[in-house]
Design a protein. Structure first.
Length: 416
């Protein structure tokens, strides 16, 4: 590929259940630490599931004014904090000129917590008690807009909702914008924060969540035969992306190239994946074709790996169909075993894992893997991180409604 036709990650920031920074999150992932614990956001004593992957000890005022904190949601606060880290990591000023930068930050359930809170306030005290900031803080685009306000971005600002594929898709949106010269820098990623009574009530009614309340750190166990559901989480993962030629010209550090990807739809069910994995596999094949890669080029797959019976079985089938015989030798791991499911931020977290794996030649583990499932028969990098050269990686992100997003990454030199 020509230098002008390549897009790279030059900065990253994160606020996750594991750490307040991208570097801290990566270290915790390589060490196999879990961020799951008892719910503190509300009284869950009467709930079937009483555990979650919460962001702990978060102080939004470290990057936001008191006024901005007061008007904004937790979702926006997480996103702004991670965005500042990403921009600083990229070696850029936290104030952009003219329209040189864009913001594409996606989420799945943005506004859920604010709507639930406002409904409770209304029922308890009437509409006069509802905050004047309620409507604006609950809007899906507000995390992206708060980032733009905080960083002085005047280029395109956009927020897309693709359920749990949201964060991954932001990387593809950013890549397209940079190759179209719509911006010189794109701040992109995913965020969600909705650990609330109604959310847990609904997911419990669906029987989607793990009920391993007595051993929270062991509750998320992707691809293990004894998995019993996913662990709900929250967080934000944000990147700075730019064209390779520009990054090199300014001497920026580069984690990895975003080579391309694809989006397909199961068109099957609102919450269940199409069980054969046919259309998820199609996303893998199309993503590789778009990235100009062959299945044998892939060293690592960062799996969606939710720890539900159906999802993990279906994803295994999709990887086998999508990679063919190369699936027998590829390493596959699931960061959700440690972070829980960060919903709209999950695909962005997987992007962080892929980029850092390429930069450092380390593959993070799937923790809590003890009992093999005959239907899940890949190399899941059980329990301990693995050293090994990673030139190319892909991540799978599958969302409610059947949205399948695959993103391919490569090392700059390996990509040619």
């Amino acid at each position: 590929m020509a230098g002008e036709d390549r897009v790279v990650i030059s900065g990253m920031g994160a606020v996750t259940p594991l750490a307040m920074t991208a570097g801290g999150t990566w270290t915790a992932l390589t060490e196999g630490r879990s961020g799951v614990g008892p719910i503190t956001a509300f009284d869950a004593s009467d709930y079937p599931t009483r555990i979650a992957a919460e962001v702990k000890d978060f102080e939004p005022a470290s990057k936001m004014s008191v006024k901005a904190v007061k008007r904004s949601s937790r979702t926006s606060q997480l996103a702004v904090t991670a965005a500042h880290e990403a921009v600083e990591d990229a070696g850029l000023s936290c104030s952009f000129a003219d329209e040189e930068a864009a913001v594409f930050v996606n989420s799945a359930v943005s506004g859920f917590a604010e709507i639930e809170e406002a409904a409770g306030v209304r029922d308890a005290g009437g509409i006069r008690r509802i905050s004047p900031h309620f409507v604006s803080s609950a809007l899906t685009n507000m995390a992206a807009c708060e980032i733009a306000i905080s960083l002085g971005v005047h280029g395109p600002v956009n927020a897309s909702a693709l359920a749990c594929a949201s964060g991954a898709y932001a990387l593809l949106e950013a890549r397209r914008a940079l190759l179209a010269f719509d911006a010189d820098y794109v701040i992109a990623g995913g965020v969600d924060a909705a650990i609330t009574p109604a959310m847990f009530g609904g997911l419990s009614a669906m029987r989607a969540l793990s009920t391993n309340n007595d051993a929270p750190a062991e509750a998320s166990r992707p691809f293990d035969a004894d998995r019993d559901g996913f662990v709900f989480g929250e967080g934000a993962v944000i990147f700075v992306l730019e064209r390779l030629s520009q990054a090199r010209a300014r001497g920026a550090g580069i984690y990895a190239e975003v080579r391309g990807g694809a989006l397909t739809s199961d068109s099957f069910h609102t919450v269940a994946p199409e069980p054969s994995g046919t259309y998820a596999a199609a996303a893998i094949r199309r993503g590789l074709r778009n990235a100009r890669l062959d299945p044998a080029d892939i060293d690592y797959v960062c799996a969606h790996g939710t720890s539900t019976k159906l999802n993990d079985r279906t994803e295994t089938s999709a990887i086998r169909q999508g990679l063919g015989s190369a699936a027998d030798s590829v390493a596959v791991s699931a960061p959700k075993s440690m972070t829980g499911h960060l919903i709209g931020a999950a695909g962005a977290l997987a992007g962080l894992v892929c980029a850092r794996s390429i930069a450092e030649n380390v593959i993070t583990p799937t923790i809590n893997y003890r009992t093999a499932d005959p239907d899940c028969d890949l190399d899941y990098v059980p329990n301990e991180a693995r050293q090994g050269r990673v030139d190319h990686a892909i991540t799978n992100a599958f969302g409610f409604g059947g949205q399948n997003c695959v993103v391919a990454f490569g090392g700059v030199e390996a990509s040619g």
